[in-house]
Design a protein around this ligand. Sequence first.
Ligand code: PLP
Length: 537
Amino acid sequence: MKKATTCTEAPKNSIENYIKDIFSISNHPKLAEIKLDEKISTITKNFLQDDSVCTDIDLVSITHQFSNSQIPAEPSEITSYIDDLVTNVIDHSIHTSSPRFIGHMTSALPYFVRPLGKLMTAINQNVVKTETSKSFTPFERHSLALMHRLIYQFSEEFYQFHIQNYESTLGIIATGGTLANITALWCARNFSLGQKDNFTGIENEGLPAALKFYGYEGAVIIGSERMHYSFEKAAGLLGIGERSLIKVPVDSKNRIDLSKLQQTIAECRTAKKHIIAIVGIAGATDCGAVDPLLDMAEIAQNANIHLHVDAAWGGPVLFSEQHRHKLVGIERADSVTIDGHKQLYLPAGIGMVLLRNPQIAKVIEKYAAYTVRKESIDLGKRSLEGSRPGMVLFLGAALNLIGQKGYEFLIDEGIRKTQYMANLILNQPEFELLLEPEINILLYRYIPKHWRQKVATGELTKADNQLINQFNEHLQNLQRQAGLTFVSRTTLEVAGIPIVALRAVIANPLTTEVDIDAVLDEQIKIAASISVLEEER
Ligand SMILES: Cc1ncc(COP(=O)(O)O)c(C=O)c1O
């Protein structure tokens, strides 16, 4: 057995010894590290086993703990530092794995990511370049090829040719869906306004020069009004401005209105506006709607426009035999975003964009003399981000350890339980289902007694809706504050009237029907307390 070295107590030693000690690696595991590991294991266990959503302490009092702006001169003693951290931060963090936390896209994780996270930190690979990661380059390319095949289903020969061919890029890993969407549109912009004759391309010459050269009056990105706000960031960064992100209205199912899309394309053409991309959504953030991707692909192809599908949430529905038809047409998209930290059940910090044309990412290629040289195979050459951790460790592991069948089960169960919740809501007079769920995001609201008759007869006025909105906002705030259960809320325009909706996102495999019942029961209880207070007033 390896002998533990003595634990060095920071404040008692000279700074030199202390620093040397915290970085040293020896055959003997450091006693301080062993103790810390044990402590962290206990903290993790306690945290994960607590089914409540969070403590009921209000954020303002937590804020007071973080008002000192001075870096401590002396190193702190580890045990007391960790104790403070637990008291001030960990204890008041959100139990995103709680079965009753069903309001956001973050949920429970499979056990294996925890030890793998430790491994990832320990080996500290920087996948920006092979000189700091080596095997992670082919490893990442491999995992991206698996995801690419899930979407595009190209031939075995296609994957054999491209998977490790450094001229090709089947996908790019980023820290999330936002950066994946931006990367996709960056590719679309540069590809469509690229090098031609004596023009060296938009990336080099900038937007005004590109528009002038190609004879356009402006450039736009078109998607539905349900697009994620990351596209606003993309429009700003790509130089076209948020006002050039055109949001086409949706139909009653929150899917892009195809005739309005076609009309918008025609108007842009007449106004000499270059269309960088059309964005389709597979699982809208607010409501889970899936755009008619096949029709959009047809429209984009006929108009020779890049089609990007934001499947950050809904992409993994492709694993399900029963539900994958909902995403039909995605295989014709030029680029597709999928978030790893959503329905691939990976820890926060991994998203990806998959590219239909393995050559398209060359239009964002960059080099540096010290590394990422022209002839290099470095992943940082074709990515928005620079230094990146080896998050692919999680992706590769999950694709193997959960596999197609495991993901299929997770997706099918999420959708089944969402349908269960929708049926409960339909059968309870206290609630109104606002939208038939397409996948596993559910929008509904609480209807105070006073308005139930009017809801049944469809006679609610704008003023009624405003009051019901206030009630639901209050209800959601109180539920969040109590910390026992959680759903989020959003606001949707329905026939020109803003409607506050309670929003359930059901993806956590630990969530059971009993938990769903409990969430709704708590809302009924909270609503009763609000009504009593209102009557007393
Ligand atoms: C549809 C969609 N696209 C993009 C994003 C952005 O992803 P991220 O938060 O990983 O940047 C989200 C996040 O909720 C999303 O729901």
